[in-house]
Design a protein around this ligand. Structure first.
Ligand code: NAI
Length: 332
């Protein structure tokens, strides 16, 4: 039996999470879910957005499955997602980007992986008002964080039999910060002579992604670039409803979709649960339940291949629960 922390999140989070839990349980894997709240829901109930009970649960179980959590824009509490990654030092963000059968998209053959550093750079949100009308935002890049994320990327390449890791940066302009990130990448790459290591400046990399994305295998980026480029990559294969993610560190791992709480469609039961489901499949592999992961993945792929039951975002009319039922039906 695997004890796993479940954070349903808000917006479309609870709708997709409950259906993903149903699908995972139908695979026969023995999981005991510990449900916890975060963000605005937790603030209302416990007076804090990231309750200690939740952190303790993840530290104890070492694994969590998480729905999206809304972050107020420009004011209000700081991001719970960033807080979780920082507090648990989940330094590596892994986002496999793969097209699925029968999903309308620009690159049906695409299969690449984005590895994003998760703890520093401008995304850490270290900003302050210098004088009224002038704001300073700090971009911190360290040798330690850059080296460990580069090592993570090459180790992942080795594990997944990938051939190339491309570091993406702006070291021509940010010579010190991105320069350090790139230096660390090059140093680590020397330990992996069997894997091709190259690099691209981020503006060019974005254009190449739109024109010839198949040239990339694993992309390695610092935090802010990784955030933006991984959404771009999701768009190449059909959108945010599909792409999974994992935040991994020494103290635990939190599996979550790339998308947010989608307030525009929340509460309607029409969200696509595939992104969180694919995160769940990554999670099953991470905890050693490879057979269960394969069962869920094969059932999901079979439903996509038939193309009859699809949610609205990928050209169908099915509700979240109907799509989940179709996958469960394939496993019985
Ligand atoms: P979003 O990802 O929530 O939505 C962008 C667009 O994609 C919307 O049109 C939405 O309907 C669609 N979409 C997203 N997921 C979908 C799904 N599963 N099925 C069908 N359509 C889907 O991005 P947005 O609107 O920028 O952010 C909303 C909130 O979510 C913000 O408060 C943001 O901070 C938060 N957020 C949380 C994340 C997390 O918890 N890891 C990640 C990204 C954003």
């Amino acid at each position: 039996m695997h004890p796993i922390t479940l954070i349903p999140g808000d917006g479309i989070g609870p709708e997709v999470a409950s259906n993903v839990v149903r699908i995972i349980e139908a695979s026969g894997v023995d999981i005991q879910w510990e449900t916890h709240y975060a963000g605005a829901q937790a603030l209302e109930k416990f007076g804090e957005t990231l309750p200690q009970e939740l952190l303790d649960s993840i530290l104890r179980n070492k694994v969590a499955l998480k729905g999206p959590i809304t972050t107020p824009i420009g004011k209000g509490f700081t991001s719970v997602n960033v807080g979780l990654r920082k507090t648990l030092d989940l330094y590596a963000n892994l986002r496999p980007v793969r097209a699925l059968p029968n999903v309308p998209c620009r690159y049906p053959e695409l299969d690449l992986i984005v590895v994003r550093e998760n703890t520093e750079s401008l995304y850490a949100g270290l900003e302050h008002i210098v004088v009224p009308g002038v704001v300073e935002s700090l971009k911190i890049i360290t040798e330690k964080a850059s080296t460990r994320i580069a090592r993570f990327a090459f180790e992942h390449a080795k594990r997944e039999s990938r051939k190339k890791v491309t570091a993406v940066h702006k070291a021509n302009i940010m010579k010190l910060s991105d320069g350090l990130f790139l230096d660390c990448f090059r140093k680590v790459s020397e330990d992996y002579p069997e894997i091709i290591a190259d690099d691209k400046i981020i503006d060019n990399a974005c254009m190449q992604l739109v024109m010839r994305p198949e040239q990339f295998d694993i992309m390695l980026l610092e935090n802010l670039y990784g955030d933006i480029v991984s959404d771009l990559c999701a768009g190449l294969v059909g959108g945010l409803g599909l792409v999974p993610g994992a935040n991994i560190g020494e103290r635990g791992a939190v599996f979550e979709a790339v998308h947010g709480s989608a307030p525009d469609i929340a509460g309607q039961g029409i969200a696509n649960p595939t992104a969180l489901l694919q995160s769940g499949i990554l999670m099953l592999r991470y905890i050693g339940e490879r057979e269960a992961a394969d069962r869920v993945e094969n059932a999901m792929l079979a439903v996509f291949a038939e193309g009859k039951v699809r949610t609205r975002d990928v050209g169908g009319t099915a509700k979240t629960a109907e799509f989940a039922d179709a996958i469960i039906h394939k496993m019985i």
